[in-house]
Design a protein around this ligand. Structure first.
Ligand code: FMN
Length: 455
């Protein structure tokens, strides 16, 4: 049985619940956070208790639930909860709660805690499309994002009534991924996430391609898409726009990502060829088939019933090397920055030399570019927030923080049998440090362009 990642080991997570019908989904989020080692404190608004009662939150978080600043006053909860949090997640956030946050109200325990918190804050709004698109809500969201708060895009789909559109609370798995990305993101002022990728656009490939042999069979690989997804979440919370090229991925789309689904290596190749000129970085986390059927059979390949030993011979041909083509076809040697991953089994393969830079080495995230070296695309060690100083008094830290296991650019030295670095470890380590535009672009050009989309 696969064990759960312990991405939140020892971290104190404050989960705020607004009065929306989607509050029930947050029960799964709380369960997921606790399952991954977080010490969760749930703070519901009074209105939200009309939808999900305090007993549910108390049972799932193993803590008593308070909503008013005047409950258990001796504990000074309205200050302590915010101060002690390593991460705040609000799901669902109502239109009313967004307005209160924007103007800095402190008339209930949740909004008071938000004024005190110096941790990353992730807000997942959920409401009817008309409310979400109203000018006042748009403005509130823009202001909150400019303050460094991560306001997720709501999902699109069926709403409370028969209507559908943008406004759904993203599924708990997507919220958990966003929380994971937020807790390991680099911090700026007041503990907010540094939005150093604002104004940048990334194309991330994820998943595994499938090559049809006949109408019912295909050649595939074990890639789940989790690694590309983890990278997408990490880039989104840091302010980037993200396009996801998803090859057979059955995961919830990260809120705010623009997703295109593909099947085969050829479909992925044409999507990348079409879009790579429009982005600042291309991150190739998908497992792309190296071989495909030389000819796809028009009908199901049958076994010969008369001969028990007969097996069909299937001729294969090489697929396009998308990474190599992307490097060769770049008009501008600095844009997009290109990041590739190579999956190997056994010992690290010797890097074959090409005229276009080093071949990605085993399990090592590597820049493939004529102007950048492998070292420029590194995995940076950052302090995992789970190890942030425990100020716990009555909200004790239950478990010691787990030290981060990655070292810079050293995935390849691991003897682990995993094909890819664990996406959760990658995410906790603050991931890929992509120097966009090395050499051609002077250093100051790397700063985010604040005039563009305030997300
Ligand atoms: C059945 C029902 C469903 C509601 N769903 C939402 C919702 O999804 N989003 C929202 O912003 N408000 C919704 N509301 C309105 C809020 O509950 C209301 O604005 C409340 O004052 C919000 O309080 P809070 O922000 O303190 O939780 C709903 C109200 C009702 C009666």
């Amino acid at each position: 049985m696969q064990s759960l990642p312990r991405s939140f080991e020892g971290a104190r997570v404050l989960v705020g619940i607004g009065g929306g019908i989607a509050a029930y989904k947050t029960a799964h989020l709380v369960r997921g956070l606790v399952g991954e080692g977080a010490d969760v404190r749930v703070v519901p608004t009074t209105a939200s208790l009309e939808f999900v009662g305090a007993a549910t939150w108390e049972a799932l978080s193993h803590h008593p639930v308070l909503t008013s600043v005047f409950e258990d006053v001796d504990e000074v909860a309205h200050v302590r909860f915010g101060q002690e949090a390593d991460l705040v997640v609000i799901a669902p956030a109502t239109a009313d709660l967004l307005a209160r946050m924007r103007i800095g109200r402190a008339d209930d325990l949740l909004s008071a805690s938000l004024l005190v918190a110096r941790a990353p804050i992730v807000v997942a709004p959920a409401m009817h499309t008309e409310m979400w698109e109203h000018a006042s809500v748009r403005e509130n969201v823009d202001v909150l994002r400019r303050r460094g708060i991560t306001v997720l895009e709501p999902a699109v789909g069926r709403l409370t009534g028969p209507d559908s559109g943008p406004g759904r609370l993203p599924e708990p798995a997507a919220l958990l991924d966003a929380a994971r990305a937020a807790i390991s993101a680099p911090r700026g002022e007041h503990g907010a996430i540094r939005r150093d990728l604002l104004g940048r656009e990334l194309l991330i490939t994820a998943g595994g391609t499938r090559e049809d042999l006949d109408p019912v069979r295909f050649l595939a690989n074990h890639s789940s898409g989790k690694q590309g997804w983890a990278l997408a979440h990490a880039a989104l919370v840091r302010g980037a726009r993200v396009r996801l090229a998803a090859a057979n991925v059955e995961l919830e789309t990260p809120p705010g990502a623009e997703r295109s689904d593909v099947g085969s290596a050829a479909e992925l190749a044409s999507l990348v060829a079409e879009q790579r000129g429009q982005v600042d970085a291309l991150v190739m986390a998908a497992a792309v088939a190296d071989f495909t059927a030389a000819e796809r059979a028009g009908s199901k390949i049958k076994k010969d019933d008369g001969d028990d030993d007969s097996v069909p011979a299937i001729a294969l041909r090489r697929t396009e090397d998308i990474l190599r083509h992307s490097v060769l076809d770049r008009a501008d040697a600095a844009r997009p920055a290109i990041v590739g991953f190579a999956a190997e089994t056994g010992e690290r393969a010797p890097p074959p030399s090409t005229s276009h830079g080093p071949r990605p080495a085993a399990r090592e995230p590597t820049c493939w570019s004529s102007t950048t070296s492998a070292q420029e695309c590194s995995v940076r060690r950052t302090t995992p927030c789970a190890s942030s100083t425990a100020r716990g008094r009555k909200w004790p830290v239950r478990r010691a923080a787990r030290p981060l296991s990655l070292t810079p650019c050293s995935m390849s030295s691991s003897r682990s049998s995993r094909k890819y670095p664990d996406p959760h470890d990658l995410q906790r380590a603050a991931h890929l440090h992509v120097r966009i535009g090395h050499r051609r672009a002077p250093r100051q050009d790397l700063r985010p362009d604040l005039r563009r989309d305030p997300r």
